[in-house]
Design a protein around this ligand. Structure first.
Ligand SMILES: Cc1cc2nc3c(=O)[nH]c(=O)nc-3n(C[C@H](O)[C@H](O)[C@H](O)COP(=O)(O)OP(=O)(O)OC[C@H]3O[C@@H](n4cnc5c(N)ncnc54)[C@H](O)[C@@H]3O)c2cc1C
Length: 572
């Protein structure tokens, strides 16, 4: 019997990102009574801020488009990418259950997907890499479809969403970048802005939901349709155990303790530790006090799930090549004194941008993945020095693509110059002095880069060499979509600090998402998914979507285990 301050269910999920909601929706569909508790006032976590891309080789959308890969090809890619971190059990689970997970959500819930069939893997030189057919994203959705639930959906990340309006990658983004140069793009943007203004007035938020916001919206709708009890503002505080077995959670609701009993288990899905200072100090070599890292993930992701797992006997997997999904971040001053974190995911591959350290030298192919760019910065930074760099571009680039939080034409730049976010110089020398960069170093770098850029080449770091670079670049800019001279004064810079999209190190689990104890035995009743589960990529980053793809897949897997339904038997 449950009292007023006690609830019970079959499966209790802690956290409402992709990992938690995938587990919750699947379990409810399999017949379990499910509760999701969320610490914040709104659901969605980092997932709601994300691009929403999931890396699922052999997914049904790729197959429908005629991309029919043998399972051995992505397996070879993971083997070559993950090296000694390769774990056949996890890889088999992702490659076999990932497509099944997509079919399940597509056929049985409110999820719909768009394909990423032209998105290449990050590393074309690794055996088994593909130039597409391994990614998908939630399809955009009209927020009205959620009814009153829309108010519970975390809005998109303010730094990347102009006026709260998410821009979808692909065609939508291209229209925004070309709005001042193409009539059809101008009309597209005008329509989008008009509709957004209407939605803001009418609903107080954008209703054309895309990317990770659409993924969470669709998962929330599915959860509601299946009767999942969704409880926001309900942080998990402690696990309830009976002997070795986890049988529930003590949470806090409206300041009061609330015990929730879970007959089939508890799923830790609290989104890793991007804001756990102590764990960052322990696991991020560039952040000796834990303060030298500015993750773009929400502040509520403070490592609660991992700590709960440890208290129950779990442990954090050691030996990952990198404990976080690194990303270059710039710090955005806000009117209220806060500092926003802008993750630089888009503009680095466009033609006419380089990145230098304070010695004025380049250190990496800036068009490579966010993770690889930061690894390059960490390697180039001498011990004891802060890992910082500057994105450098000229006037033509700034007005065409923008730079971080500074939007392209027709948006003004004065505000960003006055608050110091954007630095400007009439010459490379003046820009270097405005940033504290060695002027001679920057001058030499630009001379050498521009010399080759006139021919569209970058012999030093190979911008534009890989399919991934070129897709991220500017297709119409030839011969190299990622290379143009940086020559039209004035020149601009934005400072980059180490950041992340989330964390990779997490609780050690088996491939069914059971949290393992120190002797590698499953802790009865305890699962971890999403970033609370240590990444199956072992700290490597083979492709975009390698957190959300596994988060969705292992949520699906954990739910089957909790429901006692064999995976092979799922009806989709
Ligand atoms: C700008 C950006 C773009 C990204 N794009 C992509 C992409 O396209 N593809 C990709 O694979 N990855 C992407 N990522 C990374 C990805 O979003 C995250 O790795 C992923 O969302 C993590 O999912 P999760 O379910 O583990 O956690 P989250 O989505 O963060 O959800 C965890 C939830 O748990 C809640 N919580 C925390 N503590 C408690 C507690 N004590 N009790 C109850 N609830 C709690 C949190 O509030 C949060 O809502 C991106 C990240 C960012 C920041």
């Amino acid at each position: 019997m449950s009292g007023p301050d006690e609830l019970s269910c079959d499966l209790l999920v802690i956290g409402s990102g992709a990992g938690g909601l995938s587990a919750a929706v699947t379990a409810a569909w399999l017949g379990l009574d499910v509760i999701v508790i969320e610490k914040e006032a709104q659901f969605g976590g980092t997932t709601a801020w994300s691009g929403g891309w999931m890396w699922i080789p052999r997914n049904p959308l790729a197959q429908a488009a005629g991309i029919d890969e043998d399972i051995e090809v992505p397996r070879r890619y993971l083997r070559s990418e993950l090296g000694d971190g390769y774990d056949e059990d996890f890889v088999a689970m992702l490659l076999e259950q990932g497509p099944r997970m997509v079919s399940f959500f597509q056929n049985e819930t409110s999820l719909a997907f768009i394909d990423g069939n032209r998105i290449p893997d990050f590393h074309d030189r690794s055996d088994g890499s593909a130039t597409g057919g391994r990614s998908l994203c939630a399809a955009p959705i009209d927020g009205r479809m959620l009814g009153s639930r829309i108010k519970d959906l975390r809005p998109p990340l303010a730094e990347v969403a102009p006026f709260g309006m998410s821009i979808a990658s692909g065609a939508d983004l291209q229209h925004f970048l070309k709005a001042t140069r193409s009539l059809s793009s101008f009309l597209h943007v005008a329509r989008r802005l008009g509709r957004h203004a209407f939605d803001m007035l009418r609903h107080g938020r954008g209703m054309h939901l895309v990317n990770g916001n659409a993924l969470v919206a669709r998962l929330l709708k599915s959860a509601d349709d299946l009767g999942v009890r969704l409880m926001a503002g309900t942080p998990a505080g402690d696990l309830i155990r009976a002997g070795d077995k986890v049988v529930g959670v003590v949470a806090t609701k409206a300041g009061l303790p609330l015990a929730i009993r879970a007959r089939r288990g508890v799923v830790l899905a609290a989104g890793g530790f991007p804001h756990d200072t102590a764990r960052k100090a322990a696991l991020f070599p560039h952040a000796p006090t834990g303060q030298e890292h500015w993750s773009a993930a929400p502040l509520a992701n403070s490592g609660d799930g991992i700590r709960l797992g440890e208290k129950a006997g779990g442990h954090v997997r050691a030996g990952l090549s990198d404990a976080g999904a690194w990303a270059p971040v710039s710090l955005v001053p806000k009117a209220n004194g806060d500092v926003g974190r802008f993750p630089h995911l888009i503009e680095r591959a466009k033609p006419g941008l380089i990145m230098v350290r304070r010695d004025g030298r380049r250190f990496v192919n800036e068009a490579d993945s966010y993770h690889d760019v930061m690894k390059g910065l960490f390697s180039a930074t001498p011990p004891g020095e802060a890992a910082e760099a500057w994105l450098i571009c000229d006037h033509a680039f700034l007005r065409r693509y923008g730079l971080g939080r500074v939007r392209p034409r027709p948006f003004p730049t004065g505000f960003w110059l006055r608050n110091g976010y954007l630095r400007k110089g009439r010459s490379p020398d003046a820009l270097a002095r405005a940033c504290g960069i060695d002027p001679a170093g920057l001058k030499a770098t630009l001379a050498s880069y521009n010399h080759d850029a006139k021919r569209g080449s970058d012999p030093q770091f190979g911008r534009g060499d890989s399919p991934y670079n070129r897709v991220q670049g500017e297709a119409s800019h030839q011969p190299n979509p990622c290379v143009a001279p940086i020559a039209s004064a004035p020149f601009y810079a934005v400072r980059i600090v180490p950041g992340s999209l989330g964390t990779f190190a997490g609780l050690r689990t088996d491939a069914s998402a059971h949290v393992l104890d120190a002797a590698d035995r499953p802790i009865p009743g305890l699962y971890a998914v999403g970033n609370d589960m240590s990444s199956m990529m072992a700290g490597r980053y083979p492709a975009g979507g390698i957190t959300l793809g596994p988060a969705m897949t292992f949520g699906f897997v954990a739910a089957h285990d909790a429901a006692g339904v064999p995976l092979a038997n799922n009806r989709s």
